[in-house]
Design a protein around this ligand. Structure first.
Ligand SMILES: [Zn+2]
Ligand SMILES: [Zn+2]
Length: 325
């Protein structure tokens, strides 16, 4: 399979089955979620991508080979592989429960070949067992949309009135968790996206409207899932004094200059980077209790380009998932 970016084959390869090294497992991929970060990889918007890579970091599959020194997984285990693929375990970030910031961290579908493939190799310590009750395709979006969404929600603190900008795969999960926690959800979509706004209301948003305008009342926090810099000042204007604006994406277009007045009164802008394994364990335990229901649109592996195009155009309802094999 070859994915093309700007006319160049950026992502490729159908090779012999990879052999897991020490500490690694090989996974027969059954489903892999499609994330905006995959688009950033394919578009070359992330730094240091010096080689062709297989994207995909919401990998669901079955362990079919185990390398030396693996004791926590066995052949036949169903696992999920998230974005965080390896950390050094030694730096001060790793030693202070901030492995998401490890400067030597390696990421699935970026520095490590990911799940837009029939097989993938992963470090066993970074694979998650998956909750029952989710099919492989429905579990896939939990692994990034769910995990990073959950971390972003945590960064929003105790906010009761929560704004979500961009109602795609992550927001559709976060809205359910937020409602479960007793929060009120306000959803912002591209102007005129009636279908997206209706989708948000169906998942518990009490209001849904255009991202260019304000919510009917001031918010306590807002999470930006859409990678559009102009939403930062828009969200700052939508939050009350002391409010937090959380930027959840890995890449965003430039943020336009804005008057200090809209940041003043102790408003905070912060970003969320990656995930820790603890985020994953917490969220995957919480998801079935909510219960989070993921809405997916499935594509065959050979339809990866179509899935990415649909994501780019905002024409996916919920999460796009490649179903393999
Ligand atoms: Zn992702
Ligand atoms: Zn480290």
């Amino acid at each position: 399979m070859v994915l093309e970016a700007a006319g160049q084959p950026l992502v490729a390869r159908s090779l012999a089955l990879p052999v897991p090294g020490p500490g690694q497992v090989r996974i027969r991929v059954s489903a892999c979620g499609v994330c905006r970060t995959d688009l950033h990889v394919v578009d070359g918007e992330l730094p240091d991508l010096g080689r062709p890579v297989v994207p995909g970091h919401q990998v669901v599959g079955t362990v079919d080979a185990v390398g030396p020194d693996v004791d926590r997984l066995r052949p036949g285990d169903r696992v999920g592989v998230p974005w965080l693929g390896w950390t050094c375990g030694e730096c001060r970030f790793c030693r202070s429960e901030r492995e998401n910031l490890c400067p030597r961290a390696r990421f699935t579908g970026y520095q490590i070949d990911g799940g837009f493939a029939q097989a993938a190799v992963a470090d066993a310590r970074f694979c998650f067992p998956l909750p029952g009750g989710y099919s492989d395709a429905h579990a896939a979006p939990l692994l990034c949309a769910g995990l990073i969404g959950y971390r972003s929600l945590r960064m929003a603190g105790e906010a009761e009135r929560l704004g979500l900008y961009g109602f795609g795969a992550a927001a559709h999960i976060v809205a359910q968790v937020a409602r479960h926690q007793g929060r009120r959800v306000f959803a912002f979509t591209r102007p005129g996206d009636d279908e997206g706004q209706e989708f948000a209301r169906s998942l518990g948003a009490e209001w849904a409207g255009d991202s260019t305008g304000p919510a009917p009342e001031l918010l306590e926090a807002a999470i930006l899932f859409a990678p559009a810099g102009p939403l930062v000042p828009a969200a700052l204007r939508a939050v009350e004094p002391g409010g937090v604006v959380v930027c959840a994406g890995i890449h965003m277009s430039d943020i336009p200059a804005f008057p200090y007045r809209i940041l003043w009164e102790e408003r905070v802008v912060r970003s969320v980077a990656n995930l820790t394994r603890r985020d994953g364990e917490e969220f995957l335990a919480l998801a079935p209790r909510v219960p989070v229901r993921t809405e997916v649109e499935t594509f065959p592996l050979a339809g990866a380009n179509e899935a990415l195009a649909r994501l780019r155009e905002g024409r996916l309802r919920g999460a796009g998932v490649l179903v393999v094999g």
